[in-house]
Unconditional design. Structure first.
Length: 95
């Protein structure tokens, strides 16, 4: 399997496990040393794994029924960009 195929498969699995099923420990297993998450909503971007996990926990608490659908994946070597749609009900504080 080519590197881009492995990486896009990993992203699909990540979205299914972490966002759609709430298995956040999956992120602990796949985020390697030096992990950085790029998010335009974070002024101090990119963020590290610890910050990512804290943000994810806050978001999951505010949107407990979230589901994410991947619309597009663009991959080149060890980089993957996802365009996804989130559906959720806002039921608690965010932040």
């Amino acid at each position: 399997m080519a590197e881009t195929d492995r990486n896009t498969a990993l992203i699909r699995e990540f979205y299914a496990e972490v966002f759609n099923q709430g298995h956040v420990a999956f992120a602990d297993r796949v985020h390697g040393p030096g992990y950085r998450y790029h998010d335009i909503t974070v002024e101090t971007r990119p963020v590290d794994h610890e910050t990512y996990m804290a943000r994810n926990a806050s978001f999951a608490a505010a949107f407990p029924d979230r589901t994410v659908t991947i619309e597009d994946l663009i991959a080149s070597a060890d980089r993957v960009v996802a365009r996804a749609v989130l559906h959720a009900t806002h039921t608690g504080p965010l932040g």
